[in-house]
Design a binder for this molecule. Structure first.
Ligand SMILES: Cc1cc2nc3c(=O)[nH]c(=O)nc-3n(C[C@H](O)[C@H](O)[C@H](O)COP(=O)(O)OP(=O)(O)OC[C@H]3O[C@@H](n4cnc5c(N)ncnc54)[C@H](O)[C@@H]3O)c2cc1C
Length: 437
């Protein structure tokens, strides 16, 4: 989150707002008072995390609740490997917090800047055909509801609400505590290889089902997929981390620094983009290393971009990628950012993009100084033909009517929102669009 002169901006610079006021509660009681105070003043109230959503989901026009002072561990259940965190805790704080307890998150996405509450509320996910997104690791949470009361939701209390509240878009109340089911700390063995795209697509099931965490990046205009295959190993095995110097050169100087310059040039001179893509393809390939899970899951992203990501049936991934390739060639577009492809297990969270089906995720990106609209809208049309569900935190044009067709429990979620937030204390324009006013 960036606040300059009281104006909040998201990371991608797609949204900004000057809220009526910003509150930074340091206790759960202060969150309750902030919600009651907002109601008395007739204002809406919204908790924001790290502002890493590309959509307007976190835009707070009334009271913006900044939970950066509400962080850390509340309690640990060592027998069950569960940890309860305050809602503003950032993912990058977790390794240090979990290490003394020998625990780790079962799976993570590409970065760790997000707050735990923001990450679960939008369905943030990584890759791995046997693994769900971070919200599937939630076994309990505590909400401050619209009347300022605390509502505990877990296996013992209000358990029927957990599949809705664990991934609630910030629409049901302010999360103040999150209980996560963790796993024993583990090591990931990483193998990164460039492989011809056709070979990857022809053997996609072998890649996806034959490994714990498989994903690939495809730079449009090249026939190569940069594959990443991560295998889980016991936390006690010897690690072969990337030397600090190589990590700095690979991730900071090359993958981000050189890339920043070439993207900027590509935005002005599109003809250089294919060369840039071939360079990027080489920079990101051919590494073998192993390290603590979070060091392997997470990368740095310092070049700003815009993103749209759709969840489709996993079996449709090859067909959709070929359609995107045809589209880009037909239109003659020069796209400097890769298409990212990931996988996840089916889950039963009402608004999860993977609800009820084994899922493939396809994400398209554009450098933030380029116009993304035409590319994203054309790709979105392809996704629509495959019952694609958009990531709640990434750009898309769906609304409540179209989303109701895609989520069997969309109506149930809307009814729960009516019950918990009848006056729409927690809404904003984005939530009204995707859930109904
Ligand atoms: C560079 C980059 C990389 C990314 N990589 C991935 C990835 O690998 N996988 C993936 O799935 N996504 C990814 N994302 C998307 C990102 O994970 C989500 O948008 C996530 O929500 C951002 O978390 P945040 O803390 O910034 O939340 P915000 O964007 O600040 O908020 C998101 C939502 O959560 C709500 N919220 C926040 N805190 C609370 C609370 N305490 N109570 C109730 N509601 C709350 C907000 O009101 C809002 O509705 C990426 C985004 C960026 C910019």
């Amino acid at each position: 989150m960036t606040a300059i002169n009281g104006t909040w901006r998201n990371w991608a610079r797609t949204e900004s707002v000057t809220p009526v006021r910003v509150e930074r509660p340091t206790t759960i009681g202060a969150v309750q008072r902030a919600v009651v105070g907002a109601a008395r003043a007739g204002l809406r109230v919204k908790a924001v995390g790290a502002g890493h959503s590309f959509t307007a989901i976190a835009v707070a026009t009334g009271v913006l609740l900044d939970l950066d002072d509400l962080t850390g561990i509340v309690g640990v259940d060592r027998d069950r490997g569960r940890v309860t965190l305050l809602a503003g805790t950032r993912l990058f704080q977790l390794p240090k917090l979990l290490r003394p307890h020998g625990l780790a998150l079962a799976n993570m996405g590409d970065i760790d800047r997000q707050s735990i509450s923001g990450a679960i509320s939008t369905g943030t996910h990584g890759t791995g055909t046997a693994f769900g997104g971070i919200a599937t690791q939630v076994v309990g949470l505590t909400l401050v509801t619209a009347d300022g009361e605390l509502l505990r939701i877990d296996e013992e209390e209000n358990s029927e609400l957990l599949p809705a509240a664990a991934l609630g878009l910030g629409a049901l109340g302010v999360i103040v505590e999150v209980t996560l089911q963790c796993v024993p700390a583990f090591v990931l063995e990483a193998v990164e290889r460039p492989i011809p795209m056709n070979e990857v697509l022809e053997a996609i099931d072998d890649h996806v089902d034959g490994s714990d965490h498989f994903e690939f990046y495809w730079f449009p205009g090249t026939g190569t997929a940069v594959t990443k295959t991560n295998t889980r190993a016991d936390g006690s095995v010897a690690r072969r981390p990337l030397p600090a110097a190589q990590s700095f050169v690979d991730d900071t100087l090359m993958a981000n620094g050189v890339y920043r310059v070439t993207c900027a040039v590509g935005a002005v001179i599109p003809a250089v983009v294919p060369t840039v893509n071939r360079l990027a393809e080489r920079l990101w390939s051919n590494r073998d290393f192993s390290d603590h899970s979070h060091e392997v899951f997470v990368a740095k992203r310092t070049v700003r971009f815009r993103e749209m990501e759709y969840a489709i049936p996993a079996a449709d991934v090859p067909e959709v990628l070929r359609a995107i390739d045809d589209l880009i060639q037909e239109r003659g577009w020069r796209i400097s950012f890769p298409v990212e492809v990931r996988f996840a297990a089916a889950d039963d969270l009402w608004l999860s993009t993977a609800t009820g089906r084994a899922t493939g995720y396809i994400a398209v990106h554009r450098y933030f100084r380029e116009n993304h609209t035409e590319y994203f809208e054309a790709v979105e049309e392809i996704m629509n033909q495959h019952a694609g569900r958009p990531h709640w935190g990434k750009l898309h044009t769906q609304d409540a009517a179209s989303l109701a067709q895609l989520y069997p429990r969309h109506g149930d979620f809307a009814a729960l929102r009516d019950r918990l937030d009848p006056e729409r204390r927690f809404t904003n324009a984005y939530l009204d669009r995707v859930l109904g006013a």
